[in-house]
Design a protein around this ligand. Sequence first.
Ligand SMILES: Cc1ncc(COP(=O)(O)O)c(C=O)c1O
Length: 402
Amino acid sequence: MSLAINGGEPVRRNPLEFKPWIEEEDIKLVGDIIRSGNLSSLHGEYNAQLEEELARYLGVKHAFTASSGTSSIHLALKAVGVGPGDEVITTPFTFVATASTILHSNAVPIFADIDRETLNLDPSSVESAITDKTKAILVVHLAGHPADMDGFTKIARERGLYVIEDTAQSLGAEYGGVKAGGLGHASTHSFYPTKTITTGEGGAVATGSDELAARIKLLRSHGETEKYHYDVLGYNYRLTEFQAALGLMQLRRIERIIENKSKFARALTDELRELDGDLLYLPHPRPRVRHAWHIYQMLLTDRAGINRDKLVDAIRAEGIRAVTVAYPVPLYRTKLFQEMSGHGLGCPWSCPFYGRKVQYKPLPNAEWASQRVFGILVSPHFTESDAVDVARAIRKTIKELK
Ligand SMILES: Cc1ncc(COP(=O)(O)O)c(C=O)c1O
């Protein structure tokens, strides 16, 4: 049976799917650590080593490993003091963890609109969403492309706000020669398998501030200052030693990972160039930016007149399993934000400590993008010849569906 929807040979017989770059030496090191019995960061050296090398890579003073990208955002929000009665402005065009961690901090997410080209938060929309309750801006560097950090830094300085960079999708990206994650008060990272580097599940928080660093460290491990003494309400958000070792091995090849992804992205742009602006909008990194190519994001033009979900199904049927939609629904449209269920009893939205009524209204650019976007989750194993196959599958399916 053919994989292709309209019959004929599919573009690929062996499916093109995302795989992280893991070498035998990584597996051996992880095995050695497991055999050693030193599994926790409290009794080993690999977390400390990963933290040191990650901080150096990002060009910041401190980095702390954590159990996930999600727990990292929670730690950063708590470290800057986000709590009951506060608002945090963020994008609705992101993974849920960006906003759910604001709720876990008992604060209210306020969504601002995105830029149509980069699909990142738009500083002018953020500026108009600021109220006297705003505590922080949680910027996401989406799909590997850094957000407009000059804009956010200026607003934050003028309005006395914190900037936290959710760098889950953009480790290795650069903005004006500085690493994404090295520009705000704190940045958060994810080491989920599809991210630039992986530890299975895992993450990290980075900061240049000694004060924030001390709070992050305390919150990550039960708020414990000395054995069985707890100063603040903390968590167990630590990463295991064998995961940290895997992360360290990956970090040491990060430049090669990004170089491979960039080659694939350049080849795909070359292959699809004739459709750009006509049937598709291709990604164009802004000047002064290094793209980390987590996802090669494209948008269907109105002129294409094609149903995005049908196109994605058809591309997948051609054997391109790395095709993805990030994101089909702006977060404010999901049940959690529509019904404001949160912690129960209406918290945090209708708790007395908040005292303002929020209504989530559709944001035009987020609506526009979520209906048209699709992308290729870029694996470091993909080659220029894979890019040719992806482009063939896209051209073929567009032609069939048009
Ligand atoms: C933008 C963004 N933020 C946060 C996260 C959460 O990271 P994790 O899955 O490691 O908890 C992700 C993961 O997909 C993400 O894409």
